[in-house]
Write a protein that binds this ligand. Sequence first.
Ligand SMILES: C[S@@+](CC[C@H](N)C(=O)[O-])C[C@H]1O[C@@H](n2cnc3c(N)ncnc32)[C@H](O)[C@@H]1O
Length: 299
Amino acid sequence: MDGSATEHIPVLADVLVEQIRLPQDAVVVDTTIGQGGHSLLFGKGLGPKGAIIGLDVDINAIRRAQSVLEGLPCRVILINSNFSEIADVVRGQGIEKVDFILADLGVCSAQLEDDRMGLSFQRNMPLDMRLDKRLKTTAADIINRADEKTLADLIYKFGEERASRRIARFIVERRHREPITTTGQLAAIVSSALTKGGQWSKIHPATRTFQALRIAVNNELENLETLLGSAPALLGQNGYIAVISFHSLEDRIVKTDFKNNENNGIYRIVTKKPISPLRSEILNNRRARSAKLRIAQKV
Ligand SMILES: C[S@@+](CC[C@H](N)C(=O)[O-])C[C@H]1O[C@@H](n2cnc3c(N)ncnc32)[C@H](O)[C@@H]1O
């Protein structure tokens, strides 16, 4: 399936629309266009001189967003590109300054359910995890080829998983017997390494290991740092940057970047503390439960 039937509810949309007031001729760069949910909201407030530049590494997301954003009153330019390339993409459109940069990190619900993405530990699918199919290395390549120490370090660093060594040992033992090629196999191996008598804590035992692999396969933290590094030069005066993150590694990077830019007189931090969704939003959209929004404004 291509997951297009799965509705994606944009996270913290009300707060964003309330906090970020844009003129009708604003240029918005939605660096993670996904299913176009956030862009649809902002695009409705723009006029014919305004523009939305939407990026996504997933070509299917670009296709889905195209139909969602059809009919907006502003220009819509969608590009299958990594947000680490934001500076080249924006300048490539002949645009020097933008009014709003939005990043809603991670993956959409549709991608989690898409067998071709190979992201989910809830369902069995080929172990891939590349959001951008132009990347060469899949999660299965890492799981089957990396040595035990490299695996343990990766799961520890990107998954903040304390039992990383035990998980890596279980993975290496299993792959001596058969290659690990599906998400179901990996989820079962991690579960057997972590659960005693089938007992789970609050989250699925494979959550952290899957997070670690996805970050590694997609180079997520480095790409985020590059995006944040490019933003000050692209934002016009009073322009906004907003980042919604879903785990502490990402949030720490955003927090540090905004703080450094504030100390250097480049940003004013709008959200002194990160904004989390209300209980009512989480009840309606489980994906929102770990979301944290930080906003800064170019001085
Ligand atoms: C949570 S979804 C965005 C949802 C979107 N805000 C909406 O309301 O529909 C995240 C999207 O970012 C994309 N993505 C992740 N990392 C990216 C990167 N480095 N560059 C561009 N897109 C990326 C994913 O493919 C996914 O489509």
